[in-house]
Design a protein around this ligand. Sequence first.
Ligand code: GCW
Length: 677
Amino acid sequence: TAEDGSQAWLRYAPVPNANRYHSLPLSIVALNSTKSSPVYTAGQELQKGIKGIFQEQLNVNSAGKGSSSIIVGTIDAYSKAYGDCDEFKELEDDGFYLSTEGRDVKIIGKNERGALYGAFEYLSRLAQGNFASDSYLANPHAPIRWTNEWDNMDGSIERGYGGPSIFFQNGYVADNVTRAAEYARLLASIRINGIIINNVNANVTLLSARNIEGLGRLADVMRPYGVQLGISLNFSSPQSFGGLSSYDPLDPSVDAWWTNTTNTIYKRVPDMAGYLVKANSEGQPGPLTYNRTLADGANMFARAVKPHGGVIMFRAFVYDNHINESNWKNDRANAAVEFFKDLDGKFDENVVVQIKYGPIDFQVREPASPLFSTLRNTSTSIELQVTPEYLGQNCHLVYLAPLWKEILDFDTRADNKSSKVSNIISGQRFKRPLGGSAGVVNVGTNTTWLGSHLAMSNLYAYGALAWDPSADSVDILREWIRLTFGFDEKVSDTIIEMSMKSWPAYENYSGNLGIQTLTDIIYTHFGPNPASQDGNGWGQWTRADKFSIGMDRTVKNGTGNAGQYSPEVAQRYENIETTPDNLLLWFHHVNYTQKLKSGKSVIQHFYDAHYEGAATAQTFVSLWESLKGKVDEERYNHIMFRQVFQAGHSLVWRDSINQFYHNLSEIPDEAKRVGNH
Ligand code: GCW
């Protein structure tokens, strides 16, 4: 049977024999819910899910209760209806309590959003055939769990691979916002509570009256899912849109312009999450134009949204893209710390500095950004990419949870104490009031959302890790597979095997040993182009010549980047012996003949890794083929097409990279595969 891909993991497919294992309550009580409330949504969703899973139609009431009910609501509503209850005391904002013990199922949220999350949790358990009786609390690891969408007003999406925008068309907010509502539903089910709907390279016309009205319509359809809308701003708007003579953040007329504009937007979207700002980066305007600091810029917006409870996400992705490679000490990786370290403590309380996970740009392998442990008096968040810009653009399978977890689990050793990135961005480590994560998703109108059915595991995993960074990559997959493809063990084992091998394979053929990436960096960021990194101002250099390769980021002889980490980590990266092989060329410039910990030379590792990575990609075709008949035809064929493409393209990668370094170094491949034999 054909599957509606747009339901993703919320299919609520019938569970065989469900009725035998679970005595379903007789009705649903969604306490005190008005139509735009997430609790109302929870009631509707429970009804829909139970219909799908059990083929039973339950009524939804807003009060009272029969002999056995599924009760969903906030703590307050519950206490009013049934009296106080101790179990919920430990709940935090967005958290929920779920109990399937006794005659009633209780789903209680600290707030309305939490109640909805609890309803999704209950449905997810049922849909996975989990009918256990138990009760537990779940609280989020961090308050900010947002997505960023890089949608342009003309309907295109920067680095989007799932078709055109679901939010914008021809310069305006789309008339039809149904898909936006469906997306909000998906996001709520993975506990995402905010969404920035337009490109960080922001178009000023978003601020027109017609578009503000459109933002209102979008917010209205997402509100029932507890997903707050936010927007990206163009720093020059007061001048380029408002007609003022300047956009200097310390000019009172500029300040007043932002206050007015912000008030106008909040009138239509009273619960707007806030603004995301990319300033002084890649040609975008910013405060540095007026010799003001980045904090001056951020705080101007912070003041404007403060009375409305809004938050400013200010991106740390600030760097000069015209740096000169002939200077050995130049290094784009140093930029974020250089721009932000002296501003620590100077940001208003409702500002969060949003930091890409690595110092450069969503590469296949990067160390954690040194900025995480540098900012102690500033709230921070991590920026991840669900849209795999540099990682195969959903034409290659790359399951990203293991990559994200390496960064989240990384111990920055601030003050020689356990200081994991995950505990810094949650606010816990440095006792900050705000923090969390932003995932650049870039969904489109394609029924698969991202352009590939399998890629949806990444969106699912993003939500799971934003809520709980200690979640296990394989457990997340297993859940997602059950919900998306059903209960067949072979389907599950096979997709797990492919997914868990996918990042290492892609790393092997697209950017091994910490060389970050060998993809084309000039425009497409797709396919091999190892010559494109060097000889330009972007600073994603490999510094490869006939004899040697890699960035010398040591303090003793290089760009000093290793020294931006806390002392324990800095020392580890300063020395070749203690630098892990997978970051060797990130931190060190070495000869191709340099020996790795494995005993292999760098160049031989290149040759071998490219053969290994491509060989793994070939196996994905036969692995997927083994599922013929076990997955519906539409999705089977769709995924097959992509795996065949990846298998072929991985050979293109393998041969072009190997040939390139063979030509450059003239060092033969010990296995005699590369070159003219
Ligand atoms: O790596 C670059 C991307 C740009 C993107 C930028 C950013 C939205 O290639 O497309 O712009 O990062 O993150 O701001």
